[in-house]
Ligand binder design. Structure first.
Ligand code: FAD
Length: 484
């Protein structure tokens, strides 16, 4: 009697794709009929990939927990292992007899380098290594200018994306899973110590966030129903909840951009097309950032425009410290930095204002701001963060020009006219009338007294004068402009 051949397992290596839905690597592994070993590797910091900072590590903990729970519902589990991917995979292949490793591609430069090396090594060992798309709508090599080069300007990139055909349709989560009878040993999630303990600075994060794929999908459907209508008009106002809040879910791949794109299809009878297009254009900014990172891997380190290499940045420890702690004396800046501290997230308009303040009012190198965001944002993303900081600095591709210096009072008055955002995060100014809340330092003494504000005591005086800082920034900028 012929013995039934036992299929050798396939490892599905989860990275920034912590989901079952629209996960092509998982889908292909399940479709192959082989037992699947779901694996997450905690790669060492020095490998330069993986969770970016402390706030995202908090998210990662909960996301891995959620993925494990989802796999358990199908009779499987998530195997956790630490170390260089090459060693971990070799070890699991040896212990499990796996004959294949599938993964979804990542596009951060260290990640690409690791994956390319691994693919070559597996080829030599006759281990089947297959990689799939899914982190982006399109592969970063797909969209090219007429002369065959990569894009440097967003608008033609968007046009090419729009005209380049629909992204591949998302694939549903597999219905049938097959798992090995015996799993390789797994490390224990709590031993990774991803959560802060003393002090637990993330204690307010759960007020705003529920990590995991199920929450991401719920958020998407809620947003399409309630948030998308009016998105275009409201998205710039930080006091409203008018954006999707999907960025941290996207950052760790709990939901795919193709699934989001797909959810915006077929809505034009119910939802104004302006809103749909505007939202898609934001997803396209994410694509553009990855396009830039892919073609310029030093995006987080080097000025994209090297005219900025000689820029006269200042060492301003006190200023940087005040900025990080939301103590600059400019209410909209302080509200943003405190929102970041409290929720690990900040509204996009306010990100632009605080970044402009650090770079232009304080003349602190954009790389310090990028690093602070990387550590404190739950949605820290190697492409979006670096591209956005360079965009504000003026050193990036298709960047906002350096001489466009946001006036924090006017920005506050325009985008938070009733001060509701400021009141939420800077409660010590809560009793100031709307017309004074954006410039308490100009308010009459009696107004301050009535609102219980003592400048320099209950709330800081501005750490720099706006007009003076503006002049100084333009002067420093003119030095590199003249040299260019
Ligand atoms: P929505 O308005 O609902 O947009 C939907 C999605 O589109 C977002 O989730 C995001 O993936 C993408 N998107 C929206 N705006 C942008 C943008 N300006 N650039 C690129 N993609 C965008 N975004 C990150 O995801 N990670 C970061 O680390 C990050 N750092 C930033 C740093 C600075 C200085 C600035 C100015 C912006 C940064 N952004 C970053 C972009 C943007 O602020 C966030 O993506 C957005 O606020 C997320 O909120 P949302 O999901 O509600 O956005």
């Amino acid at each position: 009697m012929a013995r039934e051949t036992v299929a050798r397992p396939v490892i599905v290596w989860f990275r920034k794709d912590l989901r079952l839905d629209d996960n092509r690597a998982l889908h292909a592994a399940c479709a192959s009929g082989r037992p699947v070993i779901p694996l997450y590797i905690r790669e060492p910091q020095e490998d330069g990939t993986g969770p970016l900072g402390a706030a995202q590590a908090w998210w990662l903990h909960h996301s891995l927990h959620a993925l494990d729970a989802a796999l358990k519902r199908h009779g499987g589990k998530l195997i956790l292992a630490s170390g260089h991917a090459r060693n971990v995979l070799a070890d699991i292949i040896k212990r499990s007899g796996a004959e294949a490793v599938f993964w979804n591609r990542r596009y951060d430069p260290p990640g690409i380098a690791i994956d390319t090396r691994l693919k070559h090594e597996f080829e030599k060992q006759a281990i089947e290594a297959r990689s799939f798309g899914g982190q982006l709508l399109h592969e970063p090599t797909k969209l090219k200018t007429a002369s065959g080069t990569s894009y440097r300007v967003y608008t033609p990139f968007w046009r090419a994306l729009e005209e380049g055909g629909e992204p591949e349709a998302p694939v549903d989560a597999p219905e049938r899973f097959r798992f090995p009878k015996q799993f390789p040993a797994s490390e224990v999630l709590t031993s990774w110590k991803l959560l802060p303990l003393k002090p637990n600075w993330a204690k307010s994060f759960p007020d705003m966030w529920t990590p995991g794929e199920a929450a991401a999908q719920e958020k998407l459907s809620g947003f399409v129903e309630d948030g998308l209508p009016g998105y275009s008009a409201d998205r710039d106002f930080p006091g409203k909840t008018a954006t999707s809040l999907l960025s941290p879910h996207l950052a760790l791949g709990e939901i795919s951009p193709a699934r989001i794109w797909d959810a915006t299809k077929g809505l034009s009878r119910r939802i104004p097309s302006d809103d749909i297009v505007r939202f898609r254009k934001e997803l396209a900014w994410r694509e553009f950032s990855y396009h830039l990172l892919f073609h310029f891997p030093e995006l987080a380190r080097d000025n994209w425009n090297d005219d900025f290499d000689g820029f006269g940045w200042r060492e301003d420890e006190d200023g940087f410290h005040a900025w990080c702690n939301g103590q600059t004396g400019y209410p909209i800046v302080d509200a943003g930095m405190r929102q970041l501290w409290r929720h690990g997230w900040m509204h996009n308009r306010v990100r632009m204002i605080v970044a402009s303040f650090l770079i232009k009012h304080l003349l602190v190198d954009w790389r310090r701001g990028e690093a602070w965001f990387r550590d404190t944002l739950v949605d820290a993303d190697p492409a979006n963060n670096a591209a956005s900081w360079q965009w504000v600095a003026g050193s990036g591709a298709d960047a906002s020009p350096f001489f466009r210096i946001f006036n924090p009072m006017l920005q506050g008055e325009k985008f938070d006219a009733d001060g509701s955002y400021i009141r939420q995060f800077v409660p010590e100014l809560g009793k100031l009338e709307d017309k004074h809340i954006h410039r308490p330092f100009e308010a009459p003494a009696s107004v301050l007294e009535n609102a219980g504000v003592t400048l320099g005591k209950t709330y800081p005086r501005p750490i720099v004068d706006h007009a003076t800082a503006r002049r100084r920034a333009l002067k420093v900028y003119s030095a590199i402009k003249d040299a260019a």
